[in-house]
Design a protein around this ligand. Structure first.
Ligand code: NAG
Length: 506
């Protein structure tokens, strides 16, 4: 074996691709953490007394039309919770709604441009931009909030723009760094960071708000995240060929497993074959799975706690364990499942296609069954919480299911494909709250919610059927767009067999 080059000490001891995956995971955690911290901090920011007084004044008692036709759950006997302390801001519930939802506006528009910039120029710097803009907007939030709520809205749109490019940028990096045999694990590691970030942020924001005041949430979390930016610029590069902190063996292992040459530094700039993409069965299967799955995700995470509170009279968000635990178990489950699937694939027991379909099946069938159960557990709060937790946990299967599938079918366009499916999958985030609002307006009953649950189950069934029939783990022909400068990537054959055996041993 060759002695690693000078200045390559790091590469000798740790694998560069797992440094990328762990830092990518922390980056995803930061972006998602800085996204959810506002909803926790908001509790300490608002003057609840004054807002309640204002809203009662403008209501004129027109709100007493709540129909309670059937099953109603009794409130639990001990519902005593500490009164929320008042903060300085007098934002009405409409303004609160806009402040919390405007993140989507930025998220929606930045994905496809972010993906193309990642593919054509640098995914490393797009990811850096994404986290930096989130850090800057977070650090400015307290000052902006004191100026005007519109300034907070602008900060949130900025954070959304940053948040939108994370998935495409990380997909581009994974397509260049993850050997196919480790793709599930690396993708799960990176993307499960979102749920770890959510949980850490919610707990941390709660503690900070209670002890150091709401401003500390933004200063402490924003400040800590700056560390990541330094590490990312220092330790991560766009491709193994550009990374000096890597051993020669690892570089060859990654590059040859992806069918390239270790000394090939050139950057291919391919145009997206839009027509082939939009008519590709495997791509459309990912699109459908992503959109249906996100509908279920928003349902379980945003609407179910509301159902618990309104119908079962159980306030889940006041219970830190009930909120945090499912995210943690999701994280463990997604890593365990992806590791198992990669192992089975490595042993050639299953194909990539099967692995993707199994991951997707876990992430759709289990939540569907849990929702079906929720329709019939009635007022049993303990069982309802357990079913929710089980459903959320199983959703973790998506990271090694359809969510890493873009890289299989077209590694050259993984970022753009991810941006396309994730943009469409953002629509449920806007539609779900409206849909639930319309169906339950003045009618917070179990039967109204059953309709909502059955629609969600129906979408899960569509996901299962479409993805199982049309999904594929094979690279599609349109990934390699014919170029007029010839087939120069095929002029040398791949490394010989002895080399390949070496790689397996590494
Ligand atoms: C909240 O509003 C009430 C009524 O307007 C006021 O008396 C109180 O001082 C306010 N609290 C804070 C913390 O600003």
């Amino acid at each position: 074996m060759d002695v690693p080059a000078k200045g390559n000490i790091l590469g000798r001891f740790v694998s560069a691709r797992y440094i990328l995956a762990v830092l990518g995971s922390i980056g995803m955690a930061i972006v998602y953490g800085l996204k959810v911290n506002l909803s926790v901090a908001l509790v300490g920011m608002l003057n609840h007394t004054a807002i309640k007084m204002n809203e009662q004044k403008s209501d004129h008692g027109s709100h007493n039309v709540t129909v309670r036709a059937e099953v109603e759950c009794e409130p639990p006997t001990s519902s005593g919770h500490a009164k929320e302390a008042d903060g300085p801001f007098l934002w009405s519930s409409e303004i609160q709604g806009i402040i919390l939802s405007c993140y989507f506006w930025g998220y929606f528009v930045s994905q496809i441009p972010g993906a193309r910039i990642s593919e054509l120029f640098s995914a490393k710097w797009v990811m850096f931009f994404s986290v930096s803009i989130n850090v800057v907007c977070t650090l400015f939030t307290p000052v902006m909030a004191k100026a005007h709520y519109v300034a907070v809205i602008i900060m949130r749109i900025g954070e959304g723009i940053g948040g939108g490019v994370t998935f495409p940028a990380m997909h581009v990096l994974l397509s260049k760094w993850a050997p196919p045999a480790e793709r599930s694990v690396m993708a799960a590691l990176v993307y499960a960071g979102t749920s770890l970030g959510t949980v850490i942020s919610m707990l941390m924001a709660g503690v900070l708000t209670a002890n150091l005041g709401w401003e500390s949430v933004f200063y402490v979390m924003g400040g800590l995240s700056c560390l990541w930016c330094v590490l990312w610029v220092w330790l991560v590069q766009d491709s193994p060929q550009q990374q000096p902190l890597i051993s020669k063996e690892e570089r060859e292992l990654i590059v040859t497993s992806l069918g390239g040459k270790a000394d090939d530094h050139e950057h291919k700039k391919l145009p997206v074959p839009w027509k082939a993409v939009l008519t590709s069965g495997p791509f459309l299967a990912i699109l459908v799975a992503h959109a249906c799955s996100n509908w279920g995700w928003y349902m379980l995470l945003i609407e179910l706690p509301f159902y618990m509170k309104q119908v079962l009279k159980f306030n889940m968000s006041e219970n830190a364990v009930a909120t945090a635990l499912p995210f943690l178990s999701l994280w463990f489950f997604s890593l365990a499942l992806s590791k198992s699937l990669d192992w089975l694939r490595g042993k050639s027991y299953i194909t990539t296609t099967t692995a993707r379909k199994v991951g997707t099946l876990f992430a759709s069938a289990v939540p569907a069954v849990c929702l079906l159960g929720l329709c019939y557990v009635g007022c049993n709060r303990g069982l309802a919480v357990a079913l929710t937790a089980l459903g959320v946990t199983a959703i973790g299967g998506m990271f090694c299911g359809f969510l890493s599938n873009h890289i299989d079918i077209a590694p050259n366009f993984a970022g753009t494909l991810m941006a396309m499916t994730n943009t469409v999958a953002t629509i449920p985030g806007i539609v779900v709250p409206i849909f639930v609002g319309v169906l339950t307006h003045g009618n917070q009953t179990i039967s109204a919610w059953r309709v909502i649950f059955f629609v969600t189950i129906g979408l899960y069934v569509i996901e299962i059927v479409v993805y199982t029939i049309f999904g594929s783990g094979e690279q599609q022909p349109w990934n390699n767009v014919p170029q007029n400068d010839g087939e120069n990537h095929e002029e040398k054959p791949l490394k010989n067999e002895t080399d390949k055996n070496d790689q397996v041993a590494v």
